[in-house]
Design a binder for this molecule. Structure first.
Ligand code: MG
Length: 499
């Protein structure tokens, strides 16, 4: 095991170096550095791939687990070690089953498609994008065949984002969610709108930065092992649990967007900081899934950050940064930061409508993969569904089917993780509220340490030891369900919209 872990650690060091370069590219690199940076990162990525599939790793691994059958051959392994060799084999197989020629074809097609998509979105030209998406789906079907699957091709892709999840399982969860969600959106849109005039002012971005940093520290982000910088799109990256980076973007006219992005990314970053450092390099020191990662950001952003209890603590602090909000009272503030407004654009969606945007994308991409849904029919299906969910119709494809980057980089199977994050998060928070005495009183007084430590223990420190659905069951004692999320939304928004 010592030898295996050493090889894995070295691979991880290379991957971390690549992440540092990527972080720099998104934050500080001058525009002119792009081409050379691309070369360096591609070379590092090649080295990582060679090490991650090379004979030394395969030989070290084969002493513990049969590469063909997955059967353990070393009977002295403890539970952590068993999981390490099983996950390492799984990750290795995924790289080995793709022929070099396929990887190259895919990589070329992704580059071409991203360029075409950027232009197509700008020119509102779905016809230009369509043939590239068709070819992408064709390649993704081949990729799924290489990976193998029991039931449906889309399942093979989902496994890369939410291990163990299947089309049918997600369809069942979303099926539970949809009628209650659509009903809630209907009732909210029929209710009188909330007055948000106090938010329609300009807010000094330096003060926004100071307030956001203060909140990040208050909720438990360890700034001796993290830093925040600016970038065009907020993101989190972790080089090691002791060196995690978040970014934000600030705009004078959008106080909430900068603030909630800092809380969101802090949630991601606290997960990275809380991963089990002793296992660094092995799969155990990795996130359980994209959706579990997203659950950590969303529970801090929405369940805590958009709660009334949180603002009992934070609103007086905010007012010291922005005296222009002096006259806003807590009840009104709570309502205006939770405004629900059906919109066409996913990334602008609120906590209630967000999952519907994902359900639409899941339905379309899973049917393209599993049932041969035709790319040419996408705009029509898209617009019909948006009308069905929200009662509004996109003016053009740029604000409809062309809006997301994911399909252009081959991220088929990625979307469900966002909505799964909401479901995981609600079920996790449900349990936390029961486990932590006087939970909301603590939040009200600005004491978030109990929740942070609880999440450290229940979620972060477990790394990738469990697949996501098993992790939720271990934490909450119940199978994953859409109910905690819907109960939470209905209770919260009935009060806010006085339904
Ligand atoms: Mg996120």
């Amino acid at each position: 095991m010592k030898q295996l872990k050493e090889i894995l650690l070295n691979i991880r060091k290379l991957a971390s170096a690549e992440s540092v370069l990527h972080w720099d590219m998104e934050t500080y690199m001058p525009e002119g550095g792009g081409a050379f940076r691309g070369d360096v990162m591609a070379y590092l990525s090649l080295l990582t791939h060679q090490m991650a599939t090379g004979a030394p790793l395969r030989d070290a691994l084969a002493r513990h687990i049969d590469p063909e059958t997955g059967e353990l051959v070393n009977i002295t392994l403890n539970d952590d070690e068993k999981r390490i060799v099983q996950l390492t084999r799984k990750d290795l197989q995924k790289q080995l089953v793709l022929p070099d020629a396929f990887v190259e074809e895919m990589s070329k097609h992704v580059s071409a498609t991203q360029q075409v998509w950027t232009k197509a979105r700008k020119n509102n030209d779905f016809a230009a994008f369509a043939p590239y998406l068709e070819k992408m789906i064709e390649l993704k079907k081949r990729e799924a065949d290489y990976y193998g699957y029991e039931d449906k091709p889309y399942d093979a892709l989902l496994d890369g984002f939410e291990p163990g999840m299947t089309t049918d399982r997600i369809a069942a969860l979303f099926g539970e969610l949809k009628p209650r969600l659509v009903g809630l959106v209907d009732r909210i849109t029929a209710a009188p709108p909330i007055d948000d005039r106090p938010l329609r002012q300009t807010f000094d971005t330096q003060e926004q930065w100071k307030f956001g940093m203060g909140i990040a520290k208050a909720i438990g982000l360890d700034m001796t092992r993290a830093r925040q910088d600016m970038s065009a799109h907020p993101f989190t990256t972790g080089f090691h649990p002791d060196d995690v980076r978040i970014t934000t973007r600030l705009d004078e006219t959008m106080l909430l967007s900068g603030l909630f992005s800092t809380i969101h990314e802090s949630g991601h970053a606290m997960y990275e900081q809380g991963l089990p450092k002793a296992h660094f390099g092995t799969p155990l020191c990795e996130a359980a899934s994209f959706g579990i990662h997203e659950s950590q950001s969303r529970l801090w952003e929405n369940v805590i950050g958009r709660s009334k209890a949180f603002w009992e603590y934070a609103l007086p602090v905010l007012k010291t940064h922005f005296p222009q909000l002096q006259d806003v009272d807590l009840a009104d503030w709570y309502r205006m930061i939770n405004i629900v407004k059906p919109s066409l654009i996913r990334v602008e969606a609120d906590e209630v409508t967000y999952s519907l945007h994902i359900m639409l994308r899941f339905d379309i991409e899973s049917r393209m993969m599993n049932e041969g849904l035709k790319v040419a029919d996408l705009p029509e299906i898209w617009n019909a569904k948006i009308k069905d969910y929200f009662g509004i119709v996109p003016k053009n494809d740029a604000e409809g089917v062309l809006q997301d980057v994911h399909w252009s980089f081959g991220g088929i199977g990625y979307f469900p993780s966002y909505a799964m994050g909401n479901l995981y998060g609600a079920q996790i928070m449900n349990t936390a509220e029961k486990d932590i005495p006087a939970f909301w009183d603590k939040v009200r007084s600005g004491d978030f340490s109990a929740l942070k430590h609880w999440l450290n223990e229940k979620v972060h420190a477990r790394g990738r030891y469990y697949d996501p659905e098993a992790l939720i069951k271990v934490i909450s004692g119940a199978p994953l369900s859409a109910e905690p999320f819907m109960d939470y939304l209905e209770k919260k928004y009935s009060e806010i919209y006085r339904l």
